[in-house]
Design a protein around this ligand. Sequence first.
Ligand code: HEC
Ligand code: HEC
Ligand code: HEC
Ligand code: HEC
Length: 163
Amino acid sequence: MYIKSLLFACFLLFLGGNYVTAQDYEYIGAAKCKMCHNKPATGAQYKQWADSKHAKAMESLKGDEKNDPKCLKCHSTVGHVDEDLIASLKVEEGVSCESCHGPGSGYKAKSVMISREKSIAKGLIIPDESTCTACHNEESPHFKGFNYEEYLAKVIHPVPEKE
Ligand code: HEC
Ligand code: HEC
Ligand code: HEC
Ligand code: HEC
């Protein structure tokens, strides 16, 4: 009896866990991250990203390509996420913060963001090589190969060490 109710409780937990992923977090766009991540003292991640090819990835698409799902899936965050989960993300943002860090509606609050554990529990992704190779692969018509260390060095935006 005890085992049975324990199993049932586990089952409910399992359903509950799935429910949370089923409602999922929404994509809020880079402008929201900019509010807190554009100070030079903490690394100005927004500016670093805005100056990168990722932020300009839509500029590489010409004419009809800008609406072609085959190109958008890698050239804009909008192109590879569930439409229902788009809050204030714009297609022009190209490969935006949330392509690599996950949808921000759950972790964007300061009380969450100050803790890495809480942020991850609310959807933050700490990217690794597999995050990149979702797009940097042979399906890309202009694939130039991908060396993680080399490519990472060009787009990394760390918080500077305190003196
Ligand atoms: C209300 C302010 C605020 C907003 C909005 C915000 N952040 Fe943060 N974020 C912080 C703070 C504070 C930290 C703690 C680290 C630090 O000192 O910069 C942090 C840390 C992070 C980290 C580092 C996590 C770690 O432990 O390595 C990432 C990645 C991050 N934020 C991404 C984002 C992204 C992407 C967005 C937009 C979707 C965003 N943040 C929006 C305040 C914010
Ligand atoms: C699988 C992901 C993916 C798809 C699909 C994709 N691209 Fe790209 N594209 C990339 C990546 C990644 C780069 C950066 C090149 C590199 O370093 O490999 C790129 C670069 C480019 C460039 C810059 C040219 C250059 O030499 O760097 C153009 C133009 C471009 N893509 C157009 C397109 C068009 C048009 C489509 C749709 C027909 C498309 N891409 C589909 C990932 C993709
Ligand atoms: C959502 C798809 C996507 C993801 C995820 C992604 N990239 Fe990209 N990346 C692109 C596209 C598209 C371009 C080409 C932008 C352009 O020039 O139009 C690009 C360009 C680049 C470039 C510039 C290459 C050049 O020719 O100068 C670097 C460096 C790069 N990416 C590194 C990374 C790294 C490192 C990661 C993982 C941490 C990553 N990318 C994740 C899509 C992606
Ligand atoms: C192409 C993928 C990619 C994009 C786009 C991207 N990031 Fe990151 N970000 C990374 C990677 C990779 C790291 C390093 C993760 C680690 O600590 O191993 C990182 C780290 C961070 C950190 C922590 C830095 C530290 O030293 O602790 C912050 C904060 C952050 N990103 C914010 C942002 C914000 C804000 C944007 C958009 C304006 C953004 N990122 C866009 C890949 C990306």
